[in-house]
Design a binder for this molecule. Sequence first.
Ligand code: CAA
Length: 386
Amino acid sequence: MTSPTRIGIHDLAVATAGHVLDLDDLAAATGVDPGKFHIGLGQDQMSVPGPDEDIVTMGATAAQQIIARHGVDRIRTVFFATESGVDQSKSAGVWLHELLGLPSTSRVVELKQACYSATAALQAAAGLVARETDTQVLVVASDIARYDLDSAAEPTQGAGAVALLVSADPALAELEPVAGLHTAHVDDFWRPNDSVTAVVDGKLSIDAYLDGFVAAWDDYRTRGGVDIDEIDLFTHHQPFTRMAAKAHRRLAEHTGAELPAERYERSTVYNRRIGNSYTASLYLGLAALLDGDDDLTGRRIGLFSYGSGSVSEFFTVVVQPGYRDHTRASETAAALAARTPMDVAAYRALHAGAHLGSRVDVEIPAQSPWPFHFAGVSGRARQYSA
Ligand code: CAA
């Protein structure tokens, strides 16, 4: 009998927005003790997109790194996961497909469920690859987290993208088959069609997240998932990185297991500096683990994906031999360092200008340090340049 094909994450690349606001500056401007942001929320900075940046440009910047390494020939599907879609009808992935010169023989679709949908995309990708093992699926998760100015959620904003190449015989991490699922209707966080900022009940959202985590964990175990002692490391959706600490503690209480903070802490290093990136956040956590100094070969990582509203999923991956030859710590460090620091007044001006309607033609000059730019609106259609 032939052994089943191993399927998982063959490559993982990160992108973020072109500006950065230090949360010390936001604390000073709003009269808040900076300890609340650094310790209470676990956030140090937030990435802020400029006028020529959006989910398409960040997603394409992440995916371009993957294409430079692996080419496009085997990609037949692009899943674009986002909460911050730029059109009610057209997938953001179709613009990305054009910018990256992907084959016309591809299917491209956008997936939405708050911060969760990249995980649905990853699982669907694994199914497609299992059916046609010589093909690959490009999963892009890209989001801009925007809340109202002066709201409790303001310091948890951010912007970022990841691109995942899903294939057989993955170089980074094999996806294990068992997943634990939980869906429950809850009005904890959502974004009405006429709003560029999310509506959120912060305390309810924390409770809904934690309830979803234990319910997904219980389902994972019921479906045959491994005992908690067989999971070496964890990463969680990180709307703010302290949420990972809360989740880790809740799982320890729920299972009765000893779960020291070293089993998730390294996963927070990128999110502390980028802020919430919704769909990308969990996979920034995975990238941070893989990019760390410890050799994780053969280690099992548990991933908890949460999307308000709400959908939860817990699943595991196993880190592959030789993975360190394929990680991208230096590229991610360079992207973080390339951001232009901005003050609170400049950040607020960008926030106020975030809503660009489609009824007036506008040209936006290229200014971000990345290869792709949102160039404005012409005849109600979004324009991009490379
Ligand atoms: N030094 C150290 N810690 C301090 C401090 C100080 N000077 N001042 C306050 N703190 C601590 C508080 O004690 C508190 O700690 P605990 O969580 O342990 O109680 C923490 O800082 C936060 O303080 P508050 O509870 O007073 O914060 P807040 O009410 O102003 O807002 C929030 C916190 C509700 C998370 C808000 O930022 C928010 O609404 N964020 C958006 C919603 C969100 O991220 N929800 C997470 C789950 S939903 C999800 O995951 C989906 C998604 O991506 C949005």
